[in-house]
Design a protein around this ligand. Structure first.
Ligand SMILES: Cc1cc2nc3c(=O)[nH]c(=O)nc-3n(C[C@H](O)[C@H](O)[C@H](O)COP(=O)(O)OP(=O)(O)OC[C@H]3O[C@@H](n4cnc5c(N)ncnc54)[C@H](O)[C@@H]3O)c2cc1C
Length: 164
């Protein structure tokens, strides 16, 4: 059947939070034609109101700062802190997170995200084997393209609760 479409793209992304926009800008960086669709009136999702912090072992910022860390220590820590949690946190997923996470940090940095370290922020169980201080990073500021800000989901609720 000959379908008619309003727009034809290489990649269609549903949702404009961190997951969707990371996929979208990665695809755009690879010179693919991308369309992001958002089901609400504002873009940004939960991400727009979040703290923007990442727990990322062996991240490029800590490596640059000379903080010792390794994939093996991080895997050990995850095993100690999470234990056996089924498919949601399988060994394969943990290894994929540790192998690709630092690359995502580098890629987003190259594309304009300003990261900063949280050098004194400890792992939740820093005394467990593999635990560390300083694996946290966060987005340094909202670095949105000009003209986009008015559409971002605001942190404040749209209507204030009446005071009694
Ligand atoms: C106050 C607060 C602080 C937080 N701080 C942190 C933190 O520091 N570190 C951390 O790791 N996590 C934090 N989180 C959790 C984190 O924000 C979420 O896990 C993360 O933002 C989820 O990203 P996402 O892209 O998957 O979803 P979202 O950011 O929620 O984006 C999903 C988007 O998809 C849209 N959508 C849904 N269905 C459709 C559809 N069918 N078609 C089109 N669009 C659709 C939604 O409207 C939304 O805009 C925090 C959360 C809160 C509330």
């Amino acid at each position: 059947m000959d379908e008619q479409w309003d727009k034809v793209v290489d990649i269609l992304v549903a949702g404009s939070g961190a997951a969707g926009l990371t996929a979208a800008i990665t695809a755009a960086d690879a010179r693919l034609d991308v369309l992001v669709v958002e089901s609400t009136a504002k873009w940004g999702g939960t991400t727009a109101i979040s703290g923007g912090g990442l727990w990322m072992p062996v991240n490029p910022l800590m490596v640059r700062a000379g903080v010792a860390d390794s994939r093996e220590e991080a895997l050990r820590y995850m095993q100690e802190a999470i234990g056996e949690a089924g498919p949601a946190s399988s060994g394969e997923r943990r290894r994929a997170f540790l192998d690709s996470g630092p690359e995502v940090v580098r890629l987003l940095g190259r594309l304009g995200v300003r990261w900063r370290r949280s050098p004194d922020y400890p792992d939740y169980y820093p005394d467990r084997p593999g635990g560390k201080v300083g694996r946290g990073i966060e987005v340094a500021r909202r670095s949105t393209p000009s003209g986009w800000d008015p559409g971002i989901r605001p942190r404040e609720p749209p209507t204030a609760c009446p005071r009694r």
